[in-house]
Write a protein that binds this ligand. Structure first.
Ligand SMILES: [Zn+2]
Length: 240
C-alpha cells in the first residue's frame, strides 16, 4: 500500500478506536443507571418493613392501654363503693374488714394507673416513631419516582447517543481498508480493550514498553505497514 493510503488507515484506525471508546463510555453510564434505582427500591422496602413492625407495636400498646384504662375505671368504682361501705360500718370488726379491702383496692388501682401511664407513653412513642418512618418513606418514594423518570429520560438520551456512535462507526468501517479493519477487530477481540498504541521515539511499544525491532520501527514510522507489538499484541502507530 502507498503512503497516502497508509496515512489514511492510521487516521481511520484512530478514529475507530475513539468511537469504540465513546460507545464503551456511554454503555458504562447506561449500566450505572440501574444500581441507583435498585438501591432506592431496597431502601423503600426496608422502610416499609420497619413501619409495619412499629405500626403493630403501636396497635398492641393501644390495646394494652385500653385494658389498663378499663382496670383503672373499675378500680375507682370499687374504691368508691368501699368508701361508702366504710361510712356504714356498725362495729370495729366490720371497720377492720372494710379497711383491709380498701387497702387492697387502692393498691390494685395504683397498679392499674401505673400501667395506664406506661401504656400512654408506649403508644405515644410508637406513634412518633411511626410518623418519622412514614415521612422517610414518603421522601424515598418521591426520590424513587424522580430517579425513575430521570433515568428513563437519561436512558433514552444515552441510547440515542449510542445509535449515533454506531452510525459513525459503520461509516468509518466502509471507508477503512478491509485488512486493516479485520486486524483491528481481531486485536479488539470483541471486547473493550485498547487496540492502538504509539511507537515511542525511543522505539518501544507505548502500551507495554516492549522493544520493537529497527526494521519494523522504520516501517511504522514511514507508515508503510501496520505492525503488532510482539509483547502485547496491540497495533502500533507512529507518533504524530
Ligand atoms: Zn506492547
Amino acid at each position: 500500500m502507498d503512503d497516502t493510503t497508509a496515512l489514511g488507515i492510521f487516521e481511520a484506525l484512530r478514529s475507530l478506536e475513539e468511537i469504540d471508546r465513546n460507545i464503551a463510555g456511554i454503555t458504562a453510564q447506561l449500566e450505572a443507571l440501574s444500581p441507583e434505582l435498585f438501591e432506592s427500591e431496597r431502601r423503600m422496602a426496608e422502610l416499609e418493613v420497619r413501619a409495619e413492625a412499629v405500626a403493630k407495636r403501636a396497635e398492641r400498646a393501644e390495646s394494652r392501654l385500653r385494658k389498663s384504662e378499663r382496670a383503672t375505671k373499675a378500680g375507682r368504682e370499687t374504691l368508691k363503693r368501699l368508701q361508702q361501705r366504710g361510712q356504714e360500718v356498725q362495729n370495729l370488726k366490720q371497720h377492720t374488714a372494710v379497711r383491709a379491702e380498701t387497702d387492697a383496692a387502692r393498691r390494685n388501682l395504683e397498679a392499674a394507673e401505673d400501667e395506664q401511664l406506661q401504656g400512654m407513653q408506649e403508644v405515644e412513642e410508637a406513634k412518633a416513631e411511626l410518623s418519622v418512618l412514614k415521612g422517610q418513606l414518603t421522601e424515598e418514594r418521591a426520590a424513587y419516582e424522580r430517579l425513575k423518570s430521570e433515568t428513563s429520560a437519561r436512558r433514552a438520551e444515552l441510547e440515542s447517543e449510542i445509535l449515533v456512535e454506531r452510525d459513525r462507526r459503520a461509516n468509518r468501517e466502509l471507508r477503512l481498508d478491509v485488512d486493516a479493519l479485520r486486524l483491528y477487530e481481531s486485536v479488539r477481540g470483541g471486547k473493550t480493550r485498547q487496540v492502538l498504541a504509539a511507537l515511542t521515539p525511543d522505539g518501544v511499544c507505548g502500551h507495554c514498553y516492549t522493544f520493537i525491532p529497527k526494521q519494523r520501527q522504520a516501517e511504522i514510522r514511514s507508515r508503510s505497514r501496520l505492525h503488532l507489538c510482539e509483547g502485547c499484541g496491540i497495533i502500533l502507530l507512529p507518533v504524530e
